[in-house]
Ligand binder design. Structure first.
Ligand SMILES: Nc1ncnc2c1ncn2[C@@H]1O[C@H](COP(=O)(O)OP(=O)(O)OP(=O)(O)O)[C@@H](O)[C@H]1O
Ligand SMILES: [Mg+2]
Length: 278
């Protein structure tokens, strides 16, 4: 088992993103909750047009890592940079999508999607121009006046995605965003996300428990190890873009999925955690 400094490992071949400039830079990151050391020595660069998928045993600190990058949690060691800005609190240009939608139940789809823009001080005319654009992008046109309770889980997740995208973030942090929806909706949303990313590429970190999802979406898959956590392995996903349902049938997809599975199982067994094989 070796620690890998991700900054030394870039994707190659067909999976190479259009630009390799690092948008997120995590250096020597350490984080504890009291006596519990969650991770240490995490180094990670994410390019400005790169999707990095993160998998790892339950409880190894994936959500904690995203919350640190989002500026919601203070770090104990190391530093995080987004472009030229050091992250010490939430910063503009970084948006997060949560597992459980995180919508305001008392707001309509339109007002949920408008929330981030309002917080950022966007004018009324700008909100009226941009919100419908993003509602359409995620396929919710016609549901502008619906409340979350009137929508399915998949629709709520689309709304959460539109809310994150509406602020036109340069960094998108996604914490198991499709975990709460059924398998069919999940597959649809994965391809929707790929379509949206092709239209508006950003730096993205995508945390998931599904190995298949990680390989389908990521330019790289990073496998975290058990506590104290760190980067166990960085696997370049050299599948061509744009990816589609046909990608799932490629022999290379199966090879990569097995490789990630083997690495993760190794870690999970060490950590004595139960994992879901997708
Ligand atoms: N606010 C907190 N205070 C104390 N301990 C916490 C806090 N948040 C998380 N932890 C602990 O830190 C560890 C990492 O938690 P985290 O939620 O980051 O894991 P995770 O990898 O996202 O897990 P999962 O895959 O189950 O979502 C866990 O042991 C958890 O119990
Ligand atoms: Mg988590």
């Amino acid at each position: 088992m070796t620690d890998v400094s991700v900054s030394n490992l870039r994707p190659t071949g067909a999976a190479q993103p259009a630009s390799n400039a690092a948008r997120i830079r995590v250096n020597g990151l350490g984080k504890s909750y009291g006596a519990l050391e969650v991770f240490r020595g995490v180094n990670l660069d994410v390019g400005e047009r790169e999707i990095v998928a993160i998998v790892g045993p339950s409880g190894c600190g994936k959500t904690t890592l995203l919350r640190c990058i989002d500026g919601l949690l203070p770090v104990d060691a190391g530093e995080i940079w987004v472009d030229k800005q050091r992250v010490t609190e939430p910063i503009a240009g970084v948006a997060m999508v949560f597992q459980h939608f995180g919508l305001f139940p008392w707001k309509t789809v339109f007002d949920n999607v408008a929330y981030g823009l309002r917080m950022a001080g966007a004018s009324k005319s700008e909100i009226e121009r941009r919100v419908p654009e993003f509602i359409q992008l995620v396929g919710l046109k016609g549901f502008e006046k619906a409340y979350p309770y009137q929508m399915s889980g998949g629709m709520q997740q689309r709304c959460g995605l539109a809310r994150a995208l509406a602020v036109e973030p340069s960094v998108l942090l996604m914490d198991e965003p499709f975990a709460a929806v059924d398998a069919q909706t999940r597959e649809i949303l994965q391809f929707e996300l790929l379509r949206i990313w092709e239209q508006r590429p950003t730096a993205m970190i995508f945390v998931t428990h599904s190995i298949e999802e990680a390989v389908l979406l990521g330019h790289r898959v990073i496998v975290l190890k058990g506590r104290p956590s760190g980067i166990h392995e960085n696997i370049a996903i050299d599948l061509p873009h744009p990816r589609s349902r046909a990608t799932l049938r490629e022999p290379r997809f199966a090879e990569l999925r097995e490789r990630v599975w083997g690495t993760l199982m190794n870690e999970a067994q060490k950590a004595e955690f139960q994992l879901e094989k997708s």
